[in-house]
Unconditional design. Structure first.
Length: 179
């Protein structure tokens, strides 16, 4: 329960710098919906972001609720939304897992078999668990780095547009037109 948030924290730091305290709370709570779930990606698993998001929403407000809710690519896609920054830190976090530790935990939880079945089109069942994991790490790292850079560029562009329109001051609403 506490190992995964640690690796997500490390990944967040790699992608975006140190998280705020509020972002750290989101990192800690984002996967709490998996508790009691019988599978990672089935009907129950798909809705796992809702549990952590509900708690974060009460504690920290809607913006942070969205950060947690949209950390799942599948959940975001199902709701016509873009994944949040937390999604890419969550995906990159696997590179901070020692191979032996991830394989041991994933085998114990059953997720290893589930994830390997999902990857059969890309990596065959004859490959070892370690070979499969190294393949996943490369794939997730590439995707997370590429998508997080695109997200940051888009956010920077939006910030630039607001700066152009409203100057460097704090935006408090539309400016009145001169008379």
């Amino acid at each position: 329960m506490f190992w995964h948030p640690f690796t997500v924290y490390r990944a967040w730091t790699r992608l975006y710098g140190s998280p705020t305290v509020r972002e750290g709370i989101c990192i800690l709570l984002h996967d709490w919906g998996y508790w009691g779930s019988s599978e990672m990606d089935g009907a129950n698993g798909m809705r796992h972001p809702e549990v952590g998001a509900a708690l974060v929403g009460v504690l920290l407000g809607d913006a942070h609720r969205e950060l947690v809710l949209l950390h799942s690519r599948r959940y975001a896609r199902e709701h016509g939304r873009a994944p949040s920054k937390l999604c890419w830190a969550d995906k990159l976090s696997i590179v901070y897992e020692p191979n032996w530790f991830y394989i041991m935990r994933a085998r114990a939880s059953g997720e290893l078999d589930e994830y390997r079945r999902q990857a059969l089109n890309w990596i065959g069942p004859d490959r070892s668990d370690r070979e499969w994991l190294l393949w996943v790490k490369r794939r997730f790292a590439k995707t997370a780095l590429m998508e997080s850079r695109a997200l940051l560029a888009a956010l920077s562009q939006e910030k630039g547009k607001m700066h152009k329109c409203y100057g460097s001051g704090v935006f408090s609403g539309p400016r009145e037109k001169p008379r």
